[in-house]
Design a protein around this ligand. Structure first.
Ligand code: FAD
Length: 549
């Protein structure tokens, strides 16, 4: 068996190593256009920022190891230019020598990844405008900062954009962040990103939402960005992080099936429309794990796992890819933001019924020093309660909770399973009722009809109902510090004594700071015959949804 792999980083290197573990006899040739194989794309921003100091550490598996331990035939600086499927050969160009030659294959794996978008904006090719994908890109950006960069403009507030912003700030660079959408981190729902936007601003980032770059121009020794709103932002360094496009040109030219957004189409074994050619990683169109619809999700975990699966299948195992659920996490200064599964905005777009809850538990027991709240948004199927998606933002403990929820989602568990999840607890690490249990309890209560809830976005319609009364059950000091307009304050511990303030027949919308006291008050009032509903996530959610008020 001669296995040829195109692309030598996450998916390609993973496939090659797995192939060798499955077959000592196979001849495995790994072509990579760039000089570096098997490097850690995900670590690049932290080398620029100086947290990772040793560049060598970014090479996950060094060429010597790939050669000596896995007996791979490595061909860096070699571009695969064409596939002749009839003859089962690839035409390759050695970029070092300029030599063009052919290589035969029995099986071929395409792991060509996705390239950063560079839209045809005037001036986009000026020197000083960077994208970040390779170690070479990293060296160029880092060298510019080392030479002394006072001002930078980052275009795009997605995962890579925010990671770069954090590291630019760390290097003392005054940074402006432009984002076309009206929120940072567009894969998350907008209200969940408010604390991230606040953290960016608190660290001095000039955040410009609903703003885009219209043109890049020379400006003295540096550059300037002209924006849609007519501003001119001088910058010594500009980085684009506005998304990626699958590098599927090679596949398309060879007549392999490619989806409308450029992702190579594969079967569950990751075989393309040619059974001798497989594809893995960012270049793929994959099924969304929740909806089953085709999607493209550029993440390292899926790319690595897909590399294993393709190699497995080539060497006779029945491995299958389950789909991508988009589990991702980001650190931005002292905050972390994470998600798994589908977002609310995509559920709305898909017209799929769902329910949601917000909770703000702490990462460990509240009585133990250092307890910090996080916000969990849980999306689930009405009725059965199957988990559809989760998003978390907070300072501590975000990574453990999103991983538990990601596994629960993959196992097609329900919110009722979350109520029963038995998770590790001692005061330093969790709570007897863990954050994940809390999300399950609240969602389970809603699903069972134990209490009614409303959401912040329901309030404008509710306040127009003459019978509606908005009741803030927090302490008076909390209420005085800021409340939802129109709310009357009846602290929860005075509620039983002040029931006469709640005339019968009124529709009561109850809220507290985080939702829990509101829940207790709602239960109390419903048992007394009132039509009461709790505002999910409480005043905190109101503030996250209206950060500018
Ligand atoms: P790649 O790793 O991009 O490798 C494809 C390789 O194929 C490239 O090196 C390219 O040169 C080569 N190639 C393409 N065409 C040819 C050709 N014709 N001939 C020869 N070689 C070719 N994901 C996470 O999950 N978490 C993170 O924290 C995270 N952080 C990231 C940070 C940065 C800065 C970047 C750029 C990405 C990050 N990612 C992260 C995404 C993750 O790195 C990718 O999803 C993953 O690398 C995809 O693997 P891949 O093998 O499909 O493609």
């Amino acid at each position: 068996m001669k296995l040829v792999i195109v692309g030598g980083v996450a998916g390609g290197a993973s496939a090659a190593a797995r192939a060798r573990r499955l077959s000592e006899d196979a001849r495995i040739v790994l072509f990579e256009r760039g000089p570096d194989l098997s490097f850690a794309n995900c670590g690049l921003p932290y080398y620029i920022g100086g947290e990772i100091t040793d560049r060598d550490k970014l090479l996950v598996a060094k060429p010597a190891l790939l050669r000596d331990r896995f007996r791979l035939d490595l061909r860096p600086r070699t571009d695969v230019e064409a596939i002749d499927r009839a003859r089962k050969v690839v035409r390759v160009r050695s970029l070092a020598e300029g030599r063009v030659y052919e290589e035969t294959y029995d099986k071929l794996i395409l792991a060509t990844g996705a390239a950063p978008l560079r839209p045809p904006i005037p001036g986009i090719d000026l020197p000083g405008i960077h994208t970040l994908r390779s170690l070479g890109d990293t060296d160029r950006i880092k060298a510019a900062i080392d030479r002394g960069v006072a001002r930078a403009v980052m275009v795009g507030a997605g995962f890579i954009g925010l990671e770069l912003v954090e590291n630019l700030v760390r290097r003392g660079v005054a940074t402006t962040l432009l984002e076309l959408q009206d929120q940072v981190l567009p894969p998350l729902d907008k209200e969940m990103t408010a604390p991230i936007a606040a953290a960016l601003r608190a660290h001095g980032v000039a955040l410009r939402l609903s703003e885009s770059a219209e043109a890049f121009e020379p400006d003295g020794d540096g550059l300037a960005v002209r924006t849609k709103s007519g501003q001119r932002l001088p910058a010594d360094l500009i980085i684009l992080g506005i998304g990626v496009r699958p590098e599927s040109g090679l596949a398309a030219a060879a007549g392999l099936a490619v989806g409308p957004r450029g992702g190579i189409q594969v079967d569950p074994h990751l075989r393309t429309s040619d059974p001798d050619i497989y594809a893995v990683g960012d270049v793929l169109e994959v099924p969304d794990y929740v909806t089953g619809a085709p999607t493209q999700v550029p993440l390292a975990g899926p790319a690595n796992r897909q590399g294993r699966i393709a190699a497995d299948h080539i060497f006779g195992r029945d491995s299958r890819y389950r789909g991508t659920q988009g589990t991702a996490i980001l650190r931005i200064f002292e905050m972390a933001a994470a998600m798994t599964g589908i977002s609310e905005k995509l559920l709305v777009r898909a017209g799929r019924p769902y329910q949601k809850v917000y909770v703000h538990p702490t990462q460990h027991a509240g009585y133990y020093p250092g307890a910090r709240p996080m916000t969990i948004k849980l999306l689930f199927e009405p009725g059965r309660g199957t988990i559809l998606g989760a998003q978390i933002v907070g300072e501590e403990g975000v990574e453990t909770r999103i991983d538990v929820l990601a596994m629960a989602l993959q196992a097609r568990m329900t919110i009722f399973d979350l109520e029963e999840a038995e998770l590790a607890y001692s005061p330093q690490f969790g709570s007897a009722k863990d954050a994940v249990n809390m999300a399950g309890f609240v969602a389970g209560g809603v699903a069972r009809g134990d209490y009614a809830q409303v959401h912040v976005e329901d309030l404008p319609a509710l306040v127009r109902e003459p019978s509606m009364m908005l009741v803030d059950v927090r302490m008076r000091t909390e209420y005085d510090g800021g409340a939802i307009p129109g709310a009357v304050n009846i602290p929860i511990d005075e509620l039983r004594e002040r029931l006469d303030a709640l005339p019968p027949g009124r529709r009561l919308i109850i809220y507290c700071q985080a939702g829990q006291r509101g829940y207790v008050a709602t239960r109390l009032l419903r048992q007394l015959g009132h039509d009461a509903a709790n505002l999910s996530g409480g005043y905190k959610m109101y503030r996250m949804s209206h950060p500018d008020r």
